[in-house]
Design a protein around this ligand. Structure first.
Ligand code: SAH
Ligand code: SF4
Ligand code: F3S
Length: 478
């Protein structure tokens, strides 16, 4: 494992210039297409998976917008790209299902281009399936060469043949690609790419490659630029943010970076995803404690509460270490919420062992958790571990874990009822348009009466009514 990757900044700068030239060429090609169609061509990006993928899609959308496409949510468009995820099998299946459905748009509009990128494309069997059975897909690229998208786009518009380009790795980070932000008031910022942890169930290290950190100066420049554009909430993104900076020529800890971001004028909230419990430092706990604008929320993936399972998962912590860490975080940072990811049904985990997971959830009274059923990923060590536990038994265990999670989430939220907390209004409520939804620093959601003019603003909100893990509330005068 190479945890000391250096990337060549000069070569990266040259590559950025090359792609900028392709964007210029793309503008001419898209304007020729506009004349042919008699209207602006439309492009649609569809994202599966995590925040990292969402951020990548913003880069793709930025390039499409820059070259002259009009962005749309409608897949009946002139260019459609699916940015895929392969962390669990159902994510894969959804892509193939959807791809089948858009083929008839292309029959209607032969000029339509269909592209696929992202984590699923780093798996040879998926690429092969698309090459042979989905012949109407025009462009396939992976996670390592996303920065070449302007070049591929020009290729597609100039010549009528399929482009398939997948790389196994890269040591390069290309800065300064355009980006189209989905929200005006908040933004994700990549701090590192890849993962070196190799948890035995997980495909991410194989499809995202080795860890590479961005230079702190580049990250801070991006944060300052975003603040200048009116962004007030930043989410720092990495698969294992605790190991940020170890590969840099001048090492920098994640806690140091976090503090710098929190000090940036205009930034009212900083979040981060995802830390790994195995190296969550005291320095990081103290930094969160000392900066009130770092969100009172720690997402601390648990995966399992059973020490033996954790060992077989290659997680490098025990049940007791996780509990002690979470207790320390709660002790040092009042009002913090702790949420987790949990996997039920890891190969060979008995129901009795899984009860340790329920025990951790209840002992800590976790604020919430995403609970997943284990999904076998080809090529990972867990895929070849014996798995004698029946699906029916796994389902039973899943229900037990889920009900413990829901019970604890309710207890933790109910305890906050009546409090006044600051919320950032994010959107109109999907169910009732006379309400807006605000996010508290601890990541909980509260619905308050309001309208679109409030989006992106901060309000003091009284949490009047708890509904499980979210609230109804009212705005109180500042
Ligand atoms: N880097 C992050 C998140 C990675 S993927 C971390 O270390 O926590 C997000 C979540 O998906 C994981 O936390 C895990 O709970 C879940 N996951 C990953 N691989 C899985 C698999 N094969 N089956 C089921 N869930 C999985
Ligand atoms: Fe996957 Fe583990 Fe890396 Fe998270 S830390 S991305 S779960 S290998
Ligand atoms: Fe999925 Fe890739 Fe993220 S596999 S969870 S989109 S890193």
């Amino acid at each position: 494992m190479n945890s000391n990757v250096k990337f060549d900044r000069e070569a990266s700068a040259q590559e950025a210039e090359r792609q900028a030239a392709f964007i210029e060429r793309g503008k001419l090609l898209v304007s020729a297409l506009s004349r042919e169609l008699g209207r602006k061509p439309r492009a649609c990006t569809v994202t599966f998976g995590c925040q990292m993928n969402a951020k990548d899609s913003e880069k793709i959308a930025g390039i499409l917008r820059e070259t002259g496409y009009e962005l749309t949510q409608d897949e009946d468009a002139d260019f459609v790209i699916y940015n895929t995820c392969t962390v669990r099998d159902n994510a894969d299946q959804r892509v193939f299902g959807r791809l089948g459905r858009i083929s008839h748009y292309k029959k209607k509009n032969p000029k339509m281009k269909i592209a696929l990128c992202g984590c699923m494309m780093q798996e040879a069997q998926n690429v092969e399936k698309i090459r042979t059975s989905y012949r109407y897909v025009d462009l396939v690229f992976g996670t390592h060469n996303l920065y070449r998208f302007p070049e591929y786009l020009c290729g597609l518009l100039e010549e009528d043949h399929r482009i398939f380009e997948i790389w196994n790795s890269t040591d390069r980070i290309v800065e300064t690609l355009p980006s189209e932000r989905k929200y005006s008031y908040k933004s994700g910022v990549n701090i590192m790419f890849g993962c070196d942890n190799f948890c035995t169930y997980c495909i991410v290290p194989y499809v995202r490659g080795r860890e590479r950190s961005r230079e702190p100066a580049d990250i801070l420049r991006e944060v300052e630029r975003l603040a200048g554009e009116g962004v007030t909430e930043i989410m720092l993104l990495g698969q294992n943010v605790n190991s940020y900076g170890k590969d840099l020529a001048v090492p920098c800890t994640f806690a140091e970076l976090l503090a710098e971001v929190a000090r940036t004028p205009g930034i009212r909230r900083v979040r981060f995803m995802t830390p790994h419990p195995k190296d969550f430092s005291d320095e990081l706990i103290e930094t969160i404690r000392d900066y009130p604008n770092i969100a009172r929320h720690v997402h601390l993936p648990l995966q399992s509460g059973n020490t033996g399972t954790l060992k077989r998962m290659n997680r490098h912590y025990t049940k007791e270490q996780y509990i002690r860490l979470a207790e320390k975080i709660r002790r040092e940072i009042p009002d913090v919420s702790i949420t987790a990811d949990i996997i039920v049904g890891f190969p060979g985990e008995t129901k009795e062992e899984a009860m340790d997971t329920v025990d951790v959830v209840r002992t800590l009274c976790l604020d919430n958790a995403y609970t997943f059923v284990y999904s076998k990923r080809q090529g990972t060590p867990a895929a070849s571990m014996p798995d004698p536990v029946s699906e029916a038994e796994k389902k039973e265990t899943f229900d037990l874990v889920l009900s413990a999670v829901q019970e604890c989430a309710r207890i933790r939220s109910e305890a906050l009822t009546g409090r006044i907390m600051e919320g950032l209004v994010e959107e109109i409520n999907g169910q009732n348009e006379r309400y807006v939804t605000a996010r508290l620093s601890n990541n909980m959601l509260v619905h308050v009466p309001g309208d679109a003019s409030m989006i992106g603003q901060y309000y003091n909100i009284r949490l009047t009514e708890c509904r499980g893990f979210y609230f109804f509330g009212e705005i109180v005068a500042a």
